[in-house]
Ligand binder design. Structure first.
Ligand SMILES: Nc1nc2c(ncn2[C@@H]2O[C@H](COP(=O)(O)OP(=O)(O)OP(=O)(O)O)[C@@H](O)[C@H]2O)c(=O)[nH]1
Ligand SMILES: [Zn+2]
Length: 189
């Protein structure tokens, strides 16, 4: 058991006691350590690096048309309340000589999602990472998500969704390229 995990579990004990609960009662005895492990999992993106994660899975290819990977599910934690936000990420890029291994898109999404985030920065970081590893002519990322801090508390709105987009290179320059991407993912959702 690492010191970090022990420390986190100690903090969770304080929180639980601070809420007026009893960490010695049966149902809560193992909760501080469980919660610590869960939080460590949900923030494991801090321990990862782009190059380790991509693991050289970038392949030569003459493909130079748009590639879209859509509906990648996403679980992140808002940095303001440390409550989850949950949604989908859609990614497109225009390769120029190199394509990225398909699973790596999801791994890149998870690496940045498993940190304390705001949706706007998450969107930008994913786009910039894909640009960096592929050297693509353009990268587009759209995220649509629901924020528990808006639903379970605060303004308590259950049906609002936040959509963010980041367009780099050709997607930023060309309206036609952007429109093609938005049509492919179904921009009426
Ligand atoms: N732009 C953006 N805002 C976010 C995100 N996640 C949470 N927020 C917002 O961060 C803001 C924090 O506002 P504060 O007034 O400091 O905190 P608060 O009193 O808890 O705000 P309420 O949620 O309005 O009750 C809120 O408006 C949240 O909705 C995000 O990913 N992007
Ligand atoms: Zn929040």
């Amino acid at each position: 058991m690492t010191k970090l995990l022990d420390d986190l579990a100690g903090h969770y004990s304080s929180i639980i006691n601070g809420l007026g609960e009893d960490t010695d009662r049966e149902g809560l005895q193992d909760t501080p350590m469980r919660a610590a492990k869960a939080m460590q999992f949900l923030t494991q993106g801090y321990q990862q690096s782009l190059s380790d994660l991509v693991n050289n899975a970038v392949f030569e290819s003459a493909m130079d048309e748009m590639v879209v990977v859509q509906d990648i599910e996403l679980y992140s934690m808002c940095e303001h309340h440390m409550l989850p936000f949950i949604g989908k990420c859609h990614i497109a890029y225009l390769p120029q000589g190199r394509v990225l291994g398909l699973s790596k898109f999801a791994r890149i999404v998870d690496m940045y999602a498993r940190r304390l985030q705001i949706q706007e920065n998450l969107t930008r970081q994913i786009a910039e990472a894909i640009e960096e590893v592929t050297n693509a002519k353009g990268v587009a990322v759209v995220i649509e998500a629901q924020h528990m801090c808006m639903m379970m508390r605060g303004v308590e709105k259950q049906n609002s969704r936040m959509k963010t987009s980041m367009m780099l290179g050709q997607f930023r320059k060309s309206q036609a390229t952007r429109t093609e991407f938005l049509n492919l993912i179904g921009n009426n959702r």
